[in-house]
Design a protein. Structure first.
Lengths: 232, 232
DNA sequence: TATTTAAATTATGTCCTACATATAAAATTA
DNA sequence: TAATTTTATATGTAGGACATAATTTAAATA
């Protein structure tokens, strides 16, 4: 018997319409603030029901491509590349592989970020980092409580992203946080004694203050060694 | 006169339902493959119309959180954190600031990626890279045609991501590509003569073959110098 | 006339009902 | 038992109706 006939298209109408609208926006060079045709007009022109158009627009709205006001209609808004990720970045939803990838991504980002930090760091930033480190050093709980230690770890590294001066990068990290947190807790469970790299947070601050981007990069790599050594 | 009364919430029903469903999935520890309640049942339980539920599910479907088969109903699918980004990663849709951020992200990734490369590189990978470089060196068009040069540039760097062994990272880069391409063309226009770092692709391959992750990192940083020097 | 108030307009937001379609499962037939 | 047809069911699509909010226009009032 011959092989199954090819299914022409099993793409839902909603997806098709979504693509067509996106194409329409690109082709016509729609700019932020421009207003779109109304839902009924779109539906008529596309030859589909208003329901389909609405579902498509709903997706585009979620991605931040369009916004809608009650009587004004819909208009273009600069899309937010992260708004989609935001909703699903959750250890309870992601699979093991995805989480592993994301964890690795963190390591890549923090080592690679050095250059941006040295281009954009301000003295006040370094001072604030120092404050975090001091607070960590003087907190007695830090020796006994894993959660406390994790909290400082995250606070410190989060601040680095903020210093990068790249808002997208910063937001990215803040939504990757739950995954980091989860993975680090897993690590802590498997290895009873939390391994630490030979480079401390304090060392990193010092490098940031009076070192070079090159030194900071290597120190950060060193600081993250325990995580890297888990990879295969 | 007193200040305006606070608006309780102007979040659309669709968004609320989307959140509630996501919460529902998390709370009940839904796992990949589990089947969801039907649309009508969800609508009844949530006290909203089926339309609203459908719009919400449509968004979740786009994010890869759920999939739907005709008679089977809907079931959980491991969410794809990148599927949202994919659709809107387009220079024609993004703003200047977002593109700048994404371009910086590329620099960060490629410098930070070194460690992964050395953990996962195979000899065949290095050979393939070498082949790309050789092809580039022997292509006469490379001296005259900007597009050709760009194509090789992208082919080379794209392969590095593939070598990282991190599928998420690799896909990420492939969808960031249009932005890279756009930005690099902009750079080429502004600076008539395309600046190049002192480290060539060939040097990078050599480092990859017989050097260390540390050396590769610094060489990559050097290779990207012309891009970094544009930052502020 | 100028200002305030009210009504009509208009697009999105929500709800409802009906039917199409695909397909897993049950019933039927060979 | 195995192949086939039927049936049941959940998603997919359509179209109409009304709600809601915000803008414009018209009316009313000072």
């Amino acid at each position: 018997m011959s092989t199954k006939i090819k299914p022409i298209k099993s793409v839902s109408l909603v997806e098709q319409v979504e693509q067509r609208i996106l194409e329409f926006l690109k082709e016509n060079r729609f700019k932020s603030g421009d207003s779109l045709p109304g839902e009924i007009e779109l539906a008529e022109n596309l030859g589909v029901s208003r329901n389909i158009v609405r579902e498509s627009l709903s997706r585009l709205r979620m991605l931040g491509v369009v916004e809608s006001k009650k009587r004004k209609g819909m208009f273009i808004a600069e899309p937010d590349i992260l708004s989609g990720i935001e909703r699903i970045m959750d250890p309870d939803l992601l699979g093991e592989e995805a989480m592993q990838h994301i964890f690795e991504l963190r390591l890549v980002l923090e080592v690679g970020m050095s250059e941006l930090l040295f281009i954009r760091k301000k003295d006040s930033d370094v001072d604030n980092l120092q404050e975090i480190v001091d607070r960590e050093a003087n907190d007695p709980l830090c020796k006994t409580d894993l959660q406390t230690r994790l909290a400082y770890e995250i606070e410190f590294h989060s601040y680095l992203y903020k210093m990068s001066g790249n808002g997208t990068l910063n937001r990215f990290q803040s939504m990757l946080l739950p995954v980091f947190h989860y993975m680090m807790q897993q690590e802590s469970k498997s290895a009873a004694e939390p391994k630490r790299g030979s480079i401390s947070h304090n060392d990193l601050v010092e490098t940031l203050r009076s070192g070079t981007a090159y030194e900071f990069r290597e120190n950060m790599r060193n600081h993250l060694t325990p995580h890297f050594s888990k990879l295969s």
